[in-house]
Design a protein around this ligand. Structure first.
Ligand code: ZN
Length: 186
């Protein structure tokens, strides 16, 4: 793969780690804005839905060419759980430091590396003029680690049309959505 693409994805991941979207309180709008900016630079349009002050969710879409089942990259969350024992960390948890060939940070694994990869993959498909049969949706959300009231749940209650999909790929792999409702595997 193109080295620029890899480096951009690493930089995005580091920014997401450094945004410290620890939930509570979340403050996910920081990372949502980082992603909005990343997509904007690549010419990808998206919508940001603010669910509360400093909290938000992002949707981008590539319309399908036919009436076929849709696929969501997500719902993927940008919030992270608190750092309970900072003394036990070998690097600062919000540094996004690269050490021994690994990117370190709270949330690097759950699930910011997936968020960064999905945003990059979505932008690449968009710019390759990929024409899916069904809609391809990128959904980045707040508040997965503390109930979802400002993230997924809020989106389903307030913007159900954006969340109606048939298939999804998120932190637990791929899954099918039954009866056109978003059923989370957690
Ligand atoms: Zn997670």
């Amino acid at each position: 793969m193109d080295e620029t693409i890899i480096n951009e994805t690493i930089t995005l991941l580091q920014e997401l780690i450094r945004n410290e979207c620890v939930n509570p309180p979340g403050n996910e709008l920081r990372s949502i804005k980082t992603i909005e900016e990343f997509l904007k630079k690549k010419g990808v349009k998206c919508e940001v839905y603010e669910s509360a002050p400093n909290r938000g969710n992002l949707i981008a879409k590539i319309k399908g060419t036919k009436k076929s089942p849709s696929l969501m990259f997500g719902p993927s969350h940008v919030d992270v759980v608190p750092v309970e024992k900072p003394d036990e960390w070998i690097v600062s948890p919000f540094s996004g430091e690269i050490k021994d060939g690994y990117i370190w940070g709270r949330g690097a694994f759950d699930m910011l590396f997936i968020v960064a990869a999905q945003c990059q993959a979505f932008a690449m498909l968009h710019n390759e003029k990929f024409k899916p049969k069904g809609d391809l949706v990128l959904a980045i959300v707040a508040d997965e680690e503390a109930g979802g009231n400002f993230g997924c749940k809020w989106m389903i209650d307030n913007h159900p049309e954006e969340m109606k999909i048939e298939n999804a790929v998120s932190e637990f792999g791929g899954f099918e959505i039954s009866e056109n409702k978003l059923i989370l595997p957690y």
